[in-house]
Design a protein around this ligand. Structure first.
Ligand code: ADP
Ligand code: MG
Length: 221
């Protein structure tokens, strides 16, 4: 089953007279039970792509569907509704509320989506390796811990589409393995996962790798 489809996505940024062609004609789809890795140099459009797929950003051309529903060119209220029900997104920063502990950040996401599951809460915290940091506040977390907490928040409501920007950046080998096994188990439940990663271990683990260069897909294995 097709979970997400992007058709001919274009995204341009304008800063004064300078135009950046962040995405130029990107088409892709991710099926249920698939983990797809996105790789590409800095500035190639990876984060912009995730934002467009999640409906956080609106492409200038093309469209995105999630479970067959158009998320592009819809009012923000409708996009937010689709996002809350179906998409989990972990960005490179800004995933956590500073005044809430790791546990409360995850719980908040569960409350917002109406899917409270304390067994899943415990499992998530354990599998992202944050048992010891469960009650810690974001300002006291390391970069790697923040990333893992952000991933747990993105997975809290068990979204059918999980998007993650560098979930294993700054983590040690064992934690990376643990995160990969969590993602694998998650995918097997029928979900789709798209991860931006510089890690070759993560890319090799994925079912498919999409290479971005200068806003275009250069090959699609
Ligand atoms: P990546 O995640 O692959 O490093 P990004 O998607 O962040 O790439 O950025 C793609 C291009 O778009 C880069 O040239 C970047 O400078 C530019 N860009 C990204 N966000 C903005 C923005 N909000 N305003 C202007 N330019 C942006
Ligand atoms: Mg980026």
């Amino acid at each position: 089953m097709r979970i997400v489809e992007a058709f001919d996505i274009y995204r341009f940024y304008h800063v004064e007279e300078e135009e950046t062609l962040a995405l130029r004609g990107v088409s892709l789809s991710v099926e249920s039970e698939e983990i797809v890795a996105v790789q590409g140099p800095s500035g190639s459009g990876k984060t912009t792509l995730l934002s467009c797929l999640s409906g956080l950003d609106e492409p200038d051309g093309g469209y995105v569907t999630i479970m067959g529903k158009h998320i592009t060119r819809k009012p923000e209220v409708e996009r937010a509704k689709i996002r809350a029900q179906m998409v989990g997104i972990m960005l490179q920063s800004g995933n956590l509320f500073g005044h809430l502990s790791v546990e409360d950040n995850i719980k908040l996401q569960m409350h917002l989506s109406g899917k409270i599951d304390t067994v899943w809460l415990d499992k998530l915290i354990e599998e992202v390796g944050l048992t010891e940091r469960r009650y810690a506040f974001p300002m006291h977390l390391s970069g790697g811990e923040s990333a893992r907490a952000g991933l747990a928040v993105a997975m809290a409501a068990k979204p059918v589409l999980l998007l993650a920007d560098e979930p294993t950046g700054e983590v040690d080998f064992n934690t990376e393995k643990q995160i990969l096994s969590l993602l694998d188990e998650y995918r097997k439940k029928g979900n789709a996962v798209l991860i931006v990663t510089h890690s070759n271990a993560v890319a090799n683990f994925a079912n498919r790798i999409i290479h971005l260069f200068d806003g275009r897909i250069v090959n699609n294995e």
